[in-house]
Design a protein around this ligand. Structure first.
Ligand SMILES: Cc1cc2nc3c(=O)[nH]c(=O)nc-3n(C[C@H](O)[C@H](O)[C@H](O)COP(=O)(O)OP(=O)(O)OC[C@H]3O[C@@H](n4cnc5c(N)ncnc54)[C@H](O)[C@@H]3O)c2cc1C
Length: 495
């Protein structure tokens, strides 16, 4: 059993862990990045079925346009030239279909186009639409963390952090269909309109209004680019490794971690990029106030997905766009837990690579609804589970073929997965897609934990998704270093 010493330890090597490790390794700091899985990447990693690459947890993003937050972060990390955006079609990036009424709406893939289209579709709501987009801008302008140059400003809650999306939409609009079109981005953070804060909804949506894009080679492009940079920066990466206990505790300072291989790793400071409930289990319970543990225990996980992976032999279908299918306008009911057989919001997206057209169909699914099989593990689940998956797949395909009949004779299913599959592959506690929900009035765990030299980042910190997970790394790594020097570094890289 070895005793090792690093300046910083990063726990979890998803996108937030990889970015954190790179930001901490600047100026020759010695960094260890540990990952429980056999490989780095977390939700960003692709996998293959019958040789066809599929994305696990990265299908598209906003923020890759000039001056977009994601592009800025890639620029600071020096990997912007390794990421090739494949923008959705300008004319129709997203098609919404409401199954009960048959209503179908194509929204362009740019902000001005979205505003004009919505105003044409809902002329009586024109002034509300104008106000809505003004609110989007004002909230994002007031959120320092949405601009890398303003990370030094305090992170403060806005009034809109306390209001739910439903309340604001109800105030502004009459037409339930318009409210649902605007709330549809909830598929990118995993909470319903009556739960999420209006502020976090628009922080996620703003970059998406400005333009959605897939990325060539999906999440693997980010992993490959970051891995190369981590190697150059001398970051040591240990996979199949996890923290068993916190050791050498003095007051509120943790001196070392004991790892599962028996090694003792000493450090100055460490950052966890894991689900808050996983972090809580690792921390020394005696050093925590009951209120802190209760706060984490009470956090609700976001929804996850039932996914169907297949290939489509029709080259033009869903090229450069995404199909979003909703049983009706009532997102709160369809996203509520308690009925895994009910139809919910689903989206269908495809990727064309190396002449193969991979298509993924995801239906929002509540991890809690799979509690009956929670004690089972991958490849060892009972026959009832397989039967449920087969029925669900059949039902989802029936719904997709009803709205996209051209797909019917051109689609071959290669596999399917439930939140439990995601849980087991991604080492998450429950298979939620986005960590904990961004609830109105709730401040998630971001930055310093109630222990002096331990920090939390990751998708549950400020916002989920590629953008939220990456920006959490920037915010937290700034707290862990000389902040003025970090700000100078950001400004130099961006100028
Ligand atoms: C089905 C699905 C679809 C999605 N689609 C999109 C999308 O289109 N666009 C988008 O922007 N986002 C999407 N997301 C969300 C996005 O993938 C995540 O928000 C983001 O990748 C999270 O990054 P992270 O680093 O915070 O966490 P993760 O990627 O979960 O990384 C955490 C890492 O920690 C490791 N770990 C866990 N426990 C331990 C431990 N005890 N010790 C050490 N390591 C540990 C895990 O193995 C994992 O590698 C999707 C997610 C899912 C599941």
């Amino acid at each position: 059993m070895a005793e090792l010493k690093y300046d910083h330890v990063v726990v979890g090597a998803g996108i937030s862990g990889m970015v954190s490790a790179l930001l901490l390794a600047r100026n020759g700091r010695k960094v260890l990045l540990i990952e429980k899985a056999p490989a780095v990447g977390g939700s960003m990693a692709r996998f293959k079925l019958k040789g066809v690459p599929f994305d696990t947890g990265f299908h598209f993003t906003g923020g890759l346009h000039p001056d977009g937050l994601v592009l800025d972060m890639l620029t600071v990390l020096g990997i912007e030239d390794r990421i090739t955006p494949l923008p959705f079609s300008k004319e129709e990036g997203t098609r919404f279909i409401l199954e009960d009424s048959g209503a179908s709406y194509g929204l362009p893939n740019n902000r001005q186009g979205i505003i004009e289209t919505l105003t044409e579709l809902f002329p009586a709501e024109a002034s509300g639409i104008k106000t809505y987009f003004e609110k989007v801008d004002s909230i994002c302008d007031s959120t320092a963390t949405m601009n890398l140059r303003r990370l030094s400003e305090p992170m403060s809650m806005l009034d809109e952090d306390y209001a739910t999306l439903s309340v604001v939409l109800d105030d502004l609009f009459e037409d339930p269909k318009l409210k649902t079109l605007l709330a549809g981005y909830c598929l990118c953070y995993g909470a319903s309109p009556s739960e999420v804060s209006f502020a976090n909804h628009v922080r996620t949506a703003q970059g998406m209004h400005d333009g959605l894009a897939r990325v060539e080679h999906g999440g693997d492009a980010f992993i490959d680019a970051l891995q190369r940079k981590l190697e150059e920066a001398g970051v040591e990466i240990r996979c199949k490794t996890e923290v068993i206990s916190c050791e050498e505790i003095e007051g509120k300072n943790i001196g070392a971690f004991r790892l599962n291989n028996g090694n003792l790793v000493r450090f100055e400071s460490a950052v966890f990029t894991l689900h808050p409930k996983t972090i809580l289990k690792i921390l020394p319970q005696k050093k925590l106030r009951p209120a802190f543990a209760r706060r984490i225990d009470e956090m609700k996980s976001s929804f996850g997905f039932f996914a169907i992976f297949g290939v489509c032999d029709e080259p033009e279908l869903l090229e450069g766009s995404m199909l979003l299918v909703l049983p009706n306008v009532d997102l709160d009911t369809q996203l509520a837990c308690g009925n895994r057989n009910a139809d919910s919001m689903l989206f269908c997206i495809s990727a064309n690579e190396n002449g193969q057209r991979a298509m993924t169909i995801l239906e929002a699914a509540c991890p809690e609804d799979y509690a009956e099989w929670a004690d089972t593990r991958l490849m060892k689940r009972p026959v009832e589970y397989a039967e449920f998956k087969a029925r669900k797949t059949e039902r989802i395909l029936e719904r997709i073929y009803a709205v996209l009949p051209e797909l019917k004779n051109h689609f071959t299913v290669l596999g399917s997965s439930t939140p439990l599959t995601f849980r087991d592959y991604l080492n998450s506690p429950d298979g939620s897609a986005y960590g904990v929900k961004q609830l109105a009035g709730q401040f998630n765990i971001c930055g310093k934990l109630p222990l002096r030299n331990l920090y939390a980042a990751g998708q549950s910190a400020v916002l989920p998704g590629l953008m939220g997970a990456m920006v959490s790394a920037f915010i937290v790594c700034r707290q862990m270093q000389d902040a003025d020097e970090f700000d100078r570094y950001i400004n130099t890289e961006l100028n």
